[in-house]
Structures are given as structure tokens and as C-alpha cells.
Design a protein around this ligand. Structure first.
Ligand SMILES: Nc1nc2c(ncn2[C@@H]2O[C@H](COP(=O)(O)OP(=O)(O)OP(=O)(O)O)[C@@H](O)[C@H]2O)c(=O)[nH]1
Ligand SMILES: [Mg+2]
Length: 421
């Protein structure tokens, strides 16, 4: 798929859909996804489906209309904001005489372009190959591009497809082996980090919610923050100042999106391990977005599907971001709602309002459930002493002969960690 390719964004609205999300916001998001890989969106339209057609998704008249619209707009590509079966995709391509990419394919392309770490790249390629295995009729897929590409409609012959399938299977097996290797290395890194004494706070949220903007503001870092979906793909960590701690680590992570391709869930593993092993999760929400609720539900469901449901996962705070975008009445309503929950902080990462409140709330949460522990260390045990100073609040410290007596306030998690040191 070429950058700058002219495309039409088409949203099929299935019967019974549209309760949670507005048509406009869904079209915006689909266009945003397309623009994220440089596609030139020249038109957009939603179609209400009376019934879902297994072969083509859309009705016959709708397919004809879409084809005509694409021709009129000189669009060489249709972005269908839905998951399509391989059969639906093929039928649509033939019916409209236009290339088709579905939501899954689009997200895979974005990840393919953005993944930066070795593991991220391998995971994305694996997901891509898996997706392609069932769709070998198209010309512009990743694999074909690598090999120079064939003509578009008509596609390769059967023998070619068989050969491609075999190629894909072999490549997938090879990637799986490489991933095993990468994972072993990463396991080592993570163990090392777990022993590092700083508490970790992970920012999660829907794509474009403002995580990186908040991350930059809180850490004075300069991570790419853009009005671009999936601007961040690989987790980034930075030191952050948090009251009550010498030091803490803030982690910026990949944004979530609704209908995340299942093939890609594995690609989130690196991110999710950061999140799962964090001391606190801050869920950043674009509170000015018309679909804010639906996005929050998506984030919760992605976290849940990865085994990070409320129970047993780190404690959470919600950061309701982009307060500056709300007009006074809507703003007051949001502030009222937020004040009813202990777990919500309202802010604007852009103008800084509320950010210091979030910082102190983070500090408070990290110390929650803390208890004072009276400990005796040998006076020469510098590393454990330093650990306690970093993670906890040392209230008293006395040396008696060879022994060091301490009174330290530690969170529940840190007390467990200390005992495992
Ligand atoms: N008005 C306003 N815009 C904001 C605020 N926070 C972030 N933005 C804008 O929202 C867009 C997305 O911000 P990012 O920080 O890149 O969002 P993200 O959550 O990191 O997005 P991904 O990495 O793509 O998941 C940018 O254009 C930001 O300038 C805010 O508080 N107010
Ligand atoms: Mg980001």
C-alpha cells in the first residue's frame, strides 16, 4: 500500500449497533487510522446494514454504490471499518473493482510501520502472516511487496498460492523460534529491573487519549505526542518525581483501540508485562471525546482479556484528560462526576491543570496500605538499606554494634518485595 494512496473510508453499521458510539466518531477514528499510515482519505460514508450478508457484508445496491463512489473520487483503496472475512473482502474487491483493506489489516499495517523493538517487529510480522495466510489473493500484502508484487485483481495462480502458503508457514515457524530467544533475553532484563527499588507507574489508555503528552509533562521528557493514532508502540520508561519517594518510574505504553485484532494481542505482551508488573496503573481518558465511555470500556476489556481484570492486578487511578476542551457547562458536569469517585483525577496534560494533583494522588496511592515495619539489618547491608530508603519512608534508624535497627513505612507490595530480596 503506497503512502499518499487515495482512499474511501466506509463504515458498515450493523443492525443493533450504534448505541455506544456515534457514527461521526467512528468515521473519524477510521480516517485517523488510515491517515496514521499516510493514506489520503478523500471521502467517507456510513452504511446501515439491514442484515449482514455472509458473502459481501453489504447489500448488492450498496456494493454498487461504493464502487461508483470510489470511481468518482478516484480512490484506489477502500478502507472498511470492520473485520471482514477473506470471502467478504474478495467479493467486495471484485464487486467494486477496488482494493479493500479491513480494520484488522489497517491496524496491522500501522503496527508494521511503527514497531521499533526487535520483539515488537517479530510479533507484528507473525500477526501479519497469520492474517495473510487466509487472504492470499491480494497483491499488496506485506509478503508480496517484499517479493516485488504481482498485478492486483486476478492475483497469483493456485500453485503460486500453495507455494506462498508454504513460505508463510516456514517464516512463521522461524519467527516463533526467534521470539523465544528474544523473550528469554527480555526475561533477564525484567528480573533485573524487578530488583531495582523504584516503584513503577504505568499509563494506559485508548489511542490518542494523551498518554505521551502527560508522560512528557510529568517527566520533562520528549516522547512523540501527536494527533496520530498509535503514535506510541513500544513502552518507554522515565524517572518521575512523586511525593514520598526518592524516585519513581513512569511508563508510557501503546494505546488501545476497539476491535483490536486478536493476532495482535500477543504483540502487546511487552507493554502488558510492564503494566502487569507496575505498582499502579493510571488509565488516561480523553474525557472530551464523544465516545469516552465506550473507549473506557474497550480499555477495560483489553486489559481483562489479557488477564488484568480489577482483581489481582495493580491498583488503578483514572486520569480524565483534555479538560481544557470542555465548555464551561460540560466541564462542570465532568468535575461533579469526578468528585464522586476517589479514583478519578481531572486534568489537562496540555495546559498542565490538575497534573500536580495527579502527581500527589499517585504518591498517595503508592503508599496506600502501607504499614510501619521494624527491622534489623546487619550494618554492612548497604544494598538492602538503600532499597528501603528508595522504596519506603525510613522513620527511624539506629546503629547498635553490628546491627542496624530501622522503622520503615512500606506499601504492601514493597513489603512483599523486601521479604523476597
Ligand atoms: N486539548 C488537549 N489536547 C491534548 C491533551 N492531551 C493530549 N492532547 C492532544 O491529543 C493528541 C494525542 O496525544 P498523545 O499524547 O500523542 O496521545 P497518546 O495517548 O500517547 O496516543 P497514542 O500513543 O497514539 O496511543 C495530541 O495532539 C495532543 O496534543 C489535553 O489535555 N488537551
Ligand atoms: Mg503515545
Amino acid at each position: 500500500m503506497a503512502r499518499g494512496e487515495r482512499a474511501l473510508v466506509v463504515l458498515p453499521e450493523r443492525p443493533g449497533e450504534g448505541v455506544m458510539r456515534s457514527t461521526r466518531a467512528r468515521l473519524d477514528e477510521a480516517s485517523g487510522l488510515a491517515q496514521a499510515i499516510g493514506i489520503d482519505v478523500v471521502g467517507r460514508k456510513a452504511y446501515r446494514l439491514r442484515a449482514v450478508r455472509p458473502a459481501s457484508l453489504f447489500g448488492k445496491g450498496q456494493v454498487e454504490e461504493i464502487g461508483a463512489l470510489a470511481r468518482d473520487a478516484e480512490a484506489g483503496l477502500l478502507v472498511i471499518d470492520s473485520m471482514l472475512t477473506p470471502v467478504q473482502q474478495k467479493t467486495l474487491e471484485e464487486g467494486t473493482k477496488t482494493k479493500v483493506i479491513d480494520r484488522t489489516g489497517l491496524i496491522l499495517e500501522i503496527f508494521g510501520e511503527r514497531a521499533a523493538t526487535a520483539e515488537g517487529r517479530l510479533q507484528v510480522e507473525l500477526a501479519h502472516l497469520d492474517y495473510q495466510a487466509g487472504r492470499l489473493v491480494r497483491s499488496w500484502t506485506h509478503l508480496e511487496r517484499q517479493r516485488g508484487g504481482f498485478g492486483f485483481l486476478g492475483g497469483p495462480g493456485e500453485t503460486q498460492i500453495e507455494a506462498d502458503r508454504r513460505l508463510i508457514r516456514d517464516r512463521m515457524a522461524k519467527i516463533r523460534r526467534e521470539l523465544e530467544q528474544v523473550k528469554r533475553t527480555r526475561g533477564l532484563h525484567r528480573d533485573r529491573r524487578r530488583r531495582a527499588p523504584w516503584p513503577v507507574v504505568a499509563l494506559v489508555g485508548y489511542t490518542n487519549a494523551g498518554k505521551s503528552t502527560l508522560f512528557n509533562r510529568m517527566t520533562n521528557a520528549n516522547v512523540v505526542a501527536e494527533d496520530l493514532l498509535f503514535a506510541t508502540l513500544d513502552p518507554t520508561m522515565r524517572e518521575v518525581r512523586v511525593p514520598g519517594f526518592d524516585k519513581a518510574i513512569l511508563s508510557d505504553t501503546v494505546g488501545f483501540v476497539s476491535d483490536l485484532p486478536t493476532q495482535l494481542v500477543a504483540a502487546f505482551r511487552a507493554t502488558l508485562e510492564e503494566v502487569a508488573s507496575a505498582d499502579l496503573i493510571v488509565h488516561v481518558r480523553d474525557i472530551a471525546h464523544p465516545d469516552s465511555e465506550a473507549q473506557a470500556a474497550d480499555v477495560a476489556s483489553v486489559l481483562g482479556s489479557l488477564g488484568l481484570d480489577e482483581e489481582g492486578s495493580p491498583p488503578r487511578l483514572e486520569a480524565w484528560n483534555k479538560l481544557d476542551l470542555l465548555a464551561s457547562e460540560a466541564r462542570q458536569a465532568v468535575l461533579n462526576e469526578a468528585s464522586r469517585s476517589e479514583d478519578v483525577v481531572t486534568l489537562s496534560a496540555l495546559n498542565g491543570e490538575g497534573v500536580e494533583t495527579l502527581r500527589s494522588e499517585i504518591g498517595r496511592r503508592l503508599q496506600e496500605g502501607a504499614a510501619i515495619h521494624r527491622l534489623k539489618l546487619s550494618a554492612g547491608d548497604g544494598p538492602r538499606l538503600a532499597w528501603l530508603h528508595a522504596r519506603g519512608d525510613v522513620l527511624d534508624q539506629r546503629v547498635e554494634g553490628e546491627a542496624m535497627h530501622l522503622a520503615v513505612k512500606l506499601s504492601r507490595e514493597n513489603w512483599a518485595r523486601f521479604q523476597a530480596l
